[in-house]
Design a protein around this ligand. Sequence first.
Ligand SMILES: NC(=O)c1ccc[n+]([C@@H]2O[C@H](COP(=O)([O-])OP(=O)(O)OC[C@H]3O[C@@H](n4cnc5c(N)ncnc54)[C@H](O)[C@@H]3O)[C@@H](O)[C@H]2O)c1
Length: 394
Amino acid sequence: MAKVRMGMVGGGPDAFIGQIHRMAAGLDGNIELVCGVFSRNNDKNQQAADILSLSSNRVYADFQTMFDAEKKLPADERMEFVSIVTPNDSHHAIASAAIEAGFHVFCEKPATFNLAESESLAKQLQQSNSLFGLAHTYCGYPLVREAKHRVAQGEIGEVKKIVVEYSQGWLAKKLNNDGGKQGAWRLDPKSAGISCCVGDIGVHAANLAEYIGGSEIEHILADLGSVVEGRTLDDDATVLLRFANKARGVLLSSQISLGEENNLKIQVYGSLGTLSWSQQEPNSLWLLPGDKPAQLIRAGFDYLCPAAQACTRTPAGHPEGYIEAFANLYKHFSQAVVDHRDNTVANSQPDGVPGIKEAVIGMRFIEGTVQSSNANNSWLQLNTLNSKSMETNS
Ligand SMILES: NC(=O)c1ccc[n+]([C@@H]2O[C@H](COP(=O)([O-])OP(=O)(O)OC[C@H]3O[C@@H](n4cnc5c(N)ncnc54)[C@H](O)[C@@H]3O)[C@@H](O)[C@H]2O)c1
């Protein structure tokens, strides 16, 4: 089986997530980085290519040039999918150009700059043969898959309440450069979009709650704010949730919680028991039946569901983490690319990876929280909203 050929846009020498993607994509040995445009700055672009030992004729000045040139290469040489790891404002233009040129897309979250762009991508994908994957990293963890399985099997009964928290502290203080390079664009509405905190991490928490709980968020009441003075965008958010299955919930998302590293954790309370998982201790899942002692479920054991076992590479007790969770998304996405090599049936949603459906849901959540917060923290029905109704209401 020929390796799956990946191109990349973004992920230059001083970038955060691009290198994580490259490590994750390379983990199982079935994906090869064949081309890229890593920065708009020519020197940095070249510097990244040198570090990666990429042939100079496959390093391009911009994404459109890359798609045009790759399209002209023989089918067994050209890139098959592009990984988009740039700030939010360029995701749509790059994804749309890639789909137009006939490539598959694996895109960072938030999917686009705004909801209208995600809706437009969804329409474009319907007319294409391209796959679209979205990097909601946390659903790649084996014990998140296990939690989803146990909820779906009814092990905790009816889901009654979900409490999900994603707290960080890196934007707690206004430094000279306000969070460095990564903070600068995340706090700038021209590159981040309508929200900083919810767009950056709250949307991960919402996705995790929907993924494990198996039900969409239908109504929200949000309170967003910039705790650190002088910021245009939110750095803290509290959101009440009502899910389609009638469960209630609370979502806390913050970048000003001093001392917090990457504290993503979730409790799913059911009528028969509770499941509890934390990203900083990802190889443990707690089942709390209430009337019996708590059970510790650990990664790497045969007693886990097939979906969880398929996401584990090492035996129990050999810790796997963030990069492996990312690698699991790449594993499923690259399998879908292989399946598409001979199959021209359009189905943009790859198995085992969030896709364009989650992209639209995520963007609706981000815009919805801002709208609810601006409307004196009022309840908003989310699932019926689209970009047009958002505009009318605001
Ligand atoms: N899934 C996750 O857990 C996760 C974590 C961090 C960031 N992200 C997302 O990843 C994206 C990037 O975030 P980051 O923290 O790595 O940002 P970053 O600022 O560290 O890196 C962005 C890189 O993209 C390059 N770039 C920008 N525009 C470009 C263009 N048009 N062509 C080529 N290169 C271009 C920049 O030079 C830089 O190298 C964001 O959308 C962010 O929300 C997701």
